[in-house]
Design a protein around this ligand. Structure first.
Ligand code: GDP
Ligand code: MG
Length: 201
């Protein structure tokens, strides 16, 4: 097994993150953990890029639909449909509109348990119920109910890979291998080296 410190994850600052002037705040939160930024680009994605991105994982549709329905039921509210695939189909249409509405910043972060750590800092899908202290919980307020009422995607500032296999599919979708930069930072010795080597001699 590869050392966990080599794990990589894909993060996208979505169009609302850019429009809300939260780029610096978002970067700061990932950067200060010790994770390393190894790839970065700004672009306006095409609808095809967005659709392909979300359909890379064949189970994504079922999962996204089930998660949405469960969230409605938990609050005693009525979901727009009880069929997860039907919910997901409408989410895909909304996502294409949302993600192509303006520039996004795609990036790759590398380091110990990068996927899990970035999801923890980012927070749950729905800002309404995302934890306090997470980016989605602290900087925006959208809900399944508001988004579905207006037939649009939930505005939650960020995309972050949901699992290591998802990251492994998503990174090559957005970056060529040569766009991912290999380098070392001094603090990696403190984070990872067996002998930190910081004692005065
Ligand atoms: P994530 O991994 O937390 O981003 O969530 P998912 O992969 O499940 O969904 C992808 C994106 O679709 C989310 O970040 C939201 O922007 C949007 N989304 C997900 N579920 C719903 C939903 O039930 N309704 C609406 N309107 N948007 C949704
Ligand atoms: Mg996801």
């Amino acid at each position: 097994m590869a050392h966990p410190k080599t794990e990589r994850t894909l993060v996208i600052v979505k169009p609302d993150g850019i429009q809300r002037a939260l780029i610096g705040e978002i970067f700061k939160r990932y950067e200060r953990t010790g994770l390393k930024l190894v790839a970065l680009k700004m672009l306006i994605p095409t609808e095809a890029m967005v659709e392909e991105h979300y359909l890379l994982d064949p189970n994504w549709k079922k999962n996204v639909g089930e998660k949405a329905i469960a969230s409605y039921l938990k609050k005693g509210e009525t979901p727009p449909s009880t069929d997860p695939i039907e919910v997901a189909d409408s989410v895909v249409v909304s996502l294409k509109k949302y993600m192509t509405s303006g520039p996004v910043i795609a990036m790759v972060w590398e380091g110990g348990h990068a996927v899990e750590l970035v999801r923890k800092i980012t927070g749950g899908t729905e800002p309404r119920s995302a934890g306090v202290g997470t980016i989605r919980g602290d900087f925006v307020l959208d809900s399944y109910q508001m988004a579905d009422t207006d037939t649009r995607a939930i505005r939650n500032l960020i995309h972050a890979s949901g699992s290591v296999p998802e990251a492994e599919m998503e990174i090559p979708h957005w970056f060529k291998p040569e766009e991912i930069v290999k380098y070392r930072m001094p603090h990696e010795a403190t984070l990872y080296d067996v002998d930190m080597g910081s004692r005065a001699v």
